[in-house]
Design a protein around this ligand. Structure first.
Ligand code: SAM
Length: 283
């Protein structure tokens, strides 16, 4: 170690299921750094062994990131280089690392990406949905009411929507999407990408629901859901949308809350929506 030398933080993507997707640069950087910060050191061990990478590791996960941050920043400031890896794919993408990267950058420390696999990009590249503009929404809230509220906020979205989802919530997520976006909205379920049971299924939301209801064993594994954005033309017809939004929210929320949220989402006046909601509820 030399004086005045500062270390680089490398943000290194690893495969999302197929070891052959490890990049040569990822291997050489992991072999070159002083330490590897891994989301789960036990999970990282077989990957590192496979590529004959023998470096000290430290864990950096959701629950210790803020505490480990100080250790990693100290290492970098002392001139050691550190690689950040997650259990799969690109760190920071629905994975830990954000706080470390933000702090390193705030201190002027060099941060370098070593790009590679990322499930959302892999899914988008084969979905057959528009790729020129898209929005990544991460994981939806697990509870139905919160999930539908989040989806309702995306009702006007004309970019392709991308979600990560747990297998046991695939059907309920698709059902909430059909209720909010309409059963005819086009969507794609990309499952187990790069693995033996890879499948990419495109259909209307209602078709996907029917398929997964009929094939429960296909609900297993790792899943990305992509939904086509709303048509530009539809998104401009503002007269109908406040009422649609209100109808959806009234299924889950009391009148006052539904009107307030629908007003926030659509820009329609709250009292107009409140009156409309009361009429719908026959009050
Ligand atoms: N950092 C990862 C990335 O770059 O994609 C994502 C990590 S996040 C904790 C895990 C989620 O990513 C899974 O629940 C699933 O939604 C998605 N995912 C990861 N690997 C996948 C694969 N092979 N096929 C489909 N989806 C995958």
């Amino acid at each position: 170690m030399q004086d005045n030398k500062i270390g680089t933080l490398y943000v290194v993507a690893t495969p999302i299921g197929n070891l052959q997707d490890m990049t040569m640069r990822a291997v050489s950087v992991l072999k070159m750094v002083d330490k590897i910060a891994a989301e789960d050191t036990r999970h990282a061990a077989p990957l590192l062994k496979h590529f004959s990478i023998d470096k000290p590791t430290l864990s950096l996960h959701e629950f210790n990131e803020r505490e480990r941050l100080a250790i990693i920043i100290d290492l970098l400031e002392e001139g050691e280089s550190v690689a950040l890896i997650s259990d799969a794919g690109t760190p920071l993408i629905s994975d830990p690392g954000f706080h470390v990267v933000r702090e390193a950058k705030a201190r002027g420390l060099p941060v370098t990406p070593i790009p590679g696999s990322c499930a959302l990009i892999a899914a988008l590249s084969v979905a057959g949905l528009p790729t020129d503009r898209f929005t990544f929404e991460g994981f939806l809230p697990p509870k139905t009411e919160a999930r539908k509220n989040r989806l309702t906020q995306l009702l006007h979205e004309n970019r392709t929507l991308i979600f990560y989802e747990a297998p046991h919530r695939l059907l309920s997520a698709l059902q909430s999407m059909a209720e909010v976006f309409g059963p005819e909205r086009k969507a794609v379920v990309a499952r187990e990408l790069t693995k033996i049971h890879e499948s990419v299924l495109s259909d209307e939301l209602s078709g996907l629901i029917n398929y997964y209801e009929a094939h429960p064993h296909q609900q297993k594994g790792e899943i990305v859901i992509l939904v086509q954005g709303i048509d530009e033309e539809q998104s401009e017809s503002k007269e109908v949308i406040p009422e649609q939004v209100l109808d959806i929210l009234l299924e889950e929320l009391p009148v006052k809350q539904a009107a307030a949220l629908a007003s926030k989402i659509t820009g329609e006046r709250k009292n107009v929506l409140y009156e409309m909601a009361l009429a719908k509820k026959g009050k």
